[in-house]
Structure formats: structure tokens, C-alpha cells
Design a protein around this ligand. Structure first.
Ligand code: GDP
Ligand code: GDP
Length: 434
């Protein structure tokens, strides 16, 4: 579980320049399935082999908000989400009233804060930094985001102030999170799950980030629901900001084995649902699609089937995910969610025997031989499963470019039929064997 660092400061001091400088070319769009063009406000950074996550709170914008509203939200998010805050000021302008206001907001937290004085492009400006002692934030660190000066020193300080001890997890425990846009019923579902008969809630523990995970046991299986939205204080202005909810979702996804994506069965799918689901898919973990508020839907015996078909076409990339129609309010089918979570977990951790895997692939090619594509015909020599979460297979072939997309799809389906990978994505990688 990587530590989180948030960059805070008033507009134009250079937050996003510093963010980009630290993250560099690391942001890559792996697979832009849901048409999510990732805004650069959240990324993983590495320094001296240490990894942490970085948020540019300046990218979380509220339309037409005043400076005060905007900065309050940024500070609040930073305080809530981060383990360390980098407060950026403009060394060319001296301390402004706005900087003082930000400093006051940040003083509320006990989390470590580093003061980065930006735009110190050369030594001629170095004396400007002393002014900033008045903010009461400790020693100012001179940097130049645009020239890359002092960024190494800033990173050294960041690393020094973060805790990199790994959290220990119980291996028998299934960690899952419930994500979705606001008001789809995440909190209600969490409460319904925890309120189920024979659910034994063993402990509630707050971690450093004030996140609340809840461990419980159901039918002999241990679970942990990550960052239980239901336990969070609600009604904060920023909860409705899409970028913020994505941020929250991403951090829960990272800690989970299985992602429960909730949509509102009554209101139907909107763009934001697709974004959330897209992130869940990209994580390569188990996914379950929950259609909540099913009690509100007027239905006959065909409604569920129709709805499922509709959802399958709206979430094509989630073809492996089970869909369950339930009501967090009446608890209808809530008990059936547990076996789905377990199935998804088990399948995403499944390892298949190499010999059986190769038999399946030989049979698959016998039934449906490869054809010529890109100037050649694919020959698969042998295959190996190299990892789990998601199950990943390497096929050693004569030339990867002969693999047609539809043939890859076919092989994937054969593996699914043979081994049962419901609830989890699987990856197939082709390698040239010389
Ligand atoms: P943000 O609003 O805090 O995210 O600020 P930006 O990163 O967008 O930067 C605001 C302006 O300051 C841009 O025109 C940047 O090019 C400029 N800027 C950022 N860092 C530096 C720096 O280290 N030196 C100088 N001279 N300009 C900078
Ligand atoms: P969250 O923002 O995703 O955590 O959503 P909440 O759990 O706060 O639910 C939003 C609203 O939908 C609340 O008024 C809930 O009472 C209501 N709600 C949640 N689940 C259901 C459901 O299954 N059926 C009905 N009728 N209402 C629900």
C-alpha cells in the first residue's frame, strides 16, 4: 500500500509543473477502455527505489469556485487522503495573503508538511526563500519546477518523511472494495453486507490515512471491505467532484483483490459509471457488477435478462464480470454477493498446470487452426502461466505479429471454458521464440 503525497498551493505557483517533473513520463495510459483520458492529477512516482503516489490537488477543480472554496477543498482532500503534504509557494512573489490562508488551513493537520518554494530558477533568487519562514512550515526548500532544480532534494525529504513498512495482510482474507459514482448506494450496500446474518465483524481499524477498513467473517470465509464508504462522514462538497471520486476509487482499487462496481438500476448507466468501471477493469483484478436499487425497478420476468444484455453491451470489456441485481435496501440477493466475491477471488488467484494448459491450446488449434495474418501463420510452441491477479499466460510463438485479435480472443475463451475464470480478467502475452 503505497504512501500518498499531495501537492497543495494557490493557483499558478507551479504545482502541476512540479507534479509533472516528479512523475515524468511515468504516466501511461495502459488501456483506454472506457474512453477515460486520464487527467494528470494522480500518478505513481519512484525515487531511490521507493514508490509513492502523488496527487496534484490543483487538478481537482470546482467550476466557478472562489479562491477560498477551491483552496479549502484542496486542503481538505490533501489532509484526508495524503500521508504527507507538499505546500508549494511562488518564490518570486514573496508571501501572499493567499499563501497565509493556505498555511492556516494546513495547520489543522498533524501530517508532515514540506514547504517548497518554487521558481527559484537560479541562485539570484535564493535569498527570497527566507521570507517564507514566516509561514511557520519549517525550512523552505528551494526548487524550480520548470528547470528541475532542487527536485531531488525535495524528493529526498519526501522519502525521509514517509513510512515504507509494508502492511501485513492475512493471506486467507479476501479484500474487496465497493466503488461507484455518488448515490448509487455504496454505503447502503456496505451496511447491508455488514448487517447480514452470520456476518461476524471482528474489528474496525483506522489506518494512518483515516481510511476505515472492516474485517468480517461470513460462512467461514474472512473478508475485509476496504475503505468502507458507509463509515465515512458524508455530505462534503467535494464528494460530488468526479475527479475526487475517481481518486478515492483508485486508492481503494489498489488495496483490493476484488472490485465491486455498483450502478443504480433505476437510473441507468451514465458516463461516470463507465469511467469507474474502466478503472476497475484496468486494475486487472476481480470485478463484479452490482445493479443496485432493484427494488425500485418496475419489472416482469424478462426485465433482468433485458437489462443484462444492455449492460453487456455498455460494458463490453467487463465480459468476464458477473452481474448481480440486488437491493441494498431490502437485502434482496445481498447474500448471493458473497459467493460471487469468493469466486472472483479464487479465479483470479488460480494457477493451472502447464501440461494441461498446453493440452488445451493444442486442442484449441486442432479445432480451429490459425490462418495467415500479417504475412504469416501463427505457430504456438508452448505456453506458461507466469502470474496470477490477473492470471497471465505467455505463449511462445514463431512471430507475435501473426496473432490476429480475434484469434487471441478465441484462445482466451478456450482457456476460460477449460479452467473457469469467471469474475477475473486474464492476460495473454505472445513472445517470439527464437
Ligand atoms: P499551478 O496552477 O500551481 O499548477 O501552476 P503551473 O504548474 O500551471 O505553473 C504556473 C506557471 O508558472 C506556468 O506558466 C509555469 O510555466 C510557471 N512555472 C512553473 N514552475 C516554474 C519555475 O520553476 N520557474 C519559473 N520561472 N516558472 C515556473
Ligand atoms: P453512496 O453515495 O453510493 O454511498 O449511496 P448511498 O448508500 O448513500 O445511497 C444513496 C441513496 O440511495 C440513499 O438515499 C439510499 O437510501 C438510497 N438507496 C441505496 N440503496 C438502495 C436500494 O437498494 N433501494 C432503494 N430504494 N434505495 C436505495
Amino acid at each position: 500500500m503505497a504512501s500518498v503525497v499531495a501537492i497543495v498551493g494557490r493557483a499558478n505557483v507551479g504545482k502541476s509543473t512540479i507534479f509533472n517533473r516528479i512523475v515524468g513520463e511515468r504516466i501511461s495510459i495502459v488501456e483506454d477502455v472506457a474512453g477515460v483520458t486520464r487527467d494528470r492529477i494522480y500518478a505513481t512516482a519512484t525515487w531511490l527505489t521507493k514508490e509513492f503516489r502523488l496527487i496534484d490537488t490543483g487538478g481537482i477543480e470546482l467550476k466557478d469556485a472562489s479562491f477560498v472554496t477551491q483552496i479549502k477543498i484542496q486542503a481538505e482532500i490533501a489532509i484526508e487522503e495524503a500521508d504527507l503534504i507538499v505546500f508549494v509557494v511562488n518564490g518570486r512573489e514573496g508571501v501572499t495573503q493567499e499563501d497565509e490562508y493556505v498555511a492556516r488551513l494546513l495547520q489543522k493537520t498533524k501530517k508532515p508538511i514540506l514547504l517548497a518554494v518554487n521558481k527559484i530558477d537560479d541562485n539570484a533568487f535564493i535569498n527570497e526563500i527566507y521570507d517564507f519562514y514566516s509561514l511557520g512550515m519549517g525550512d523552505p526548500i528551494p526548487v524550480s519546477g520548470s528547470h528541475g532544480i532542487g527536485i531531488g532534494d525535495l524528493l529526498d525529504e519526501i522519502i525521509k518523511n514517509l513510512d515504507f513498512t509494508e502492511e501485513e495482510f492475512d493471506e486467507d482474507e479476501i479484500r474487496f472494495s465497493i466503488i461507484g459514482r455518488p448515490n448509487v448506494g455504496k454505503s447502503s450496500l456496505t451496511n447491508a453486507i455488514l448487517g447480514e446474518e452470520r456476518v461476524i465483524v471482528s474489528n474496525i481499524e483506522g489506518t494512518t490515512r483515516d481510511a476505515i477498513d472492516t474485517a468480517f467473517e461470513k460462512d467461514g470465509q474472512k473478508y475485509r471491505v476496504i475503505d468502507t464508504a458507509g463509515m465515512r462522514k458524508k455530505g462534503k462538497v467535494y464528494e460530488s467532484i468526479e475527479k475526487y471520486s475517481i481518486l478515492r476509487a483508485l486508492s481503494s482499487i489498489e488495496k483490493s483483490d476484488v472490485i465491486v462496481v455498483v450502478i443504480d438500476g433505476q437510473r441507468g448507466v451514465i458516463e461516470q459509471d463507465k469511467h469507474v468501471a474502466g478503472y476497475a477493469h484496468e486494475a486487472g483484478k476481480g470485478v463484479i457488477l452490482v445493479v443496485n436499487k432493484w427494488d425500485l425497478v418496475e419489472k416482469d420476468e424478462k426485465t433482468m435478462q433485458k437489462k443484462e444484455k444492455e449492460l453487456r453491451s455498455q460494458f463490453k470489456y467487463l465480459d468476464y464480470a458477473r452481474i448481480i441485481f440486488l437491493s441494498a435496501k431490502t437485502h434482496q440477493r445481498v447474500p448471493q454477493l458473497f459467493p460471487l466475491i469468493e469466486e472472483s477471488f479464487v479465479n483470479s488467484h488460480k494457477r493451472v498446470q502447464t501440461s494441461v494448459l498446453n493440452d488445451v491450446l493444442v486442442d484449441a488449434q486442432a479445432i480451429n487452426p490459425t490462418t495467415t495474418f500479417n504475412g504469416g501463420r501463427l505457430k504456438i510452441f508452448y505456453a506458461n502461466q507466469v502470474s496470477v491477479c490477473p492470471p497471465t499466460f505467455i505463449l511462445f510463438v514463431n512471430d507475435p505479429q501473426y496473432l490476429h485479435f480475434s484469434y487471441k480472443r478465441y484462445l482466451e475463451n478456450r482457456l476460460r471454458d477449460s479452467f473457469g475464470f469467471e469474475g477475473t480478467p486474464i492476460h495473454i502475452i505472445c513472445r517470439k521464440r527464437d
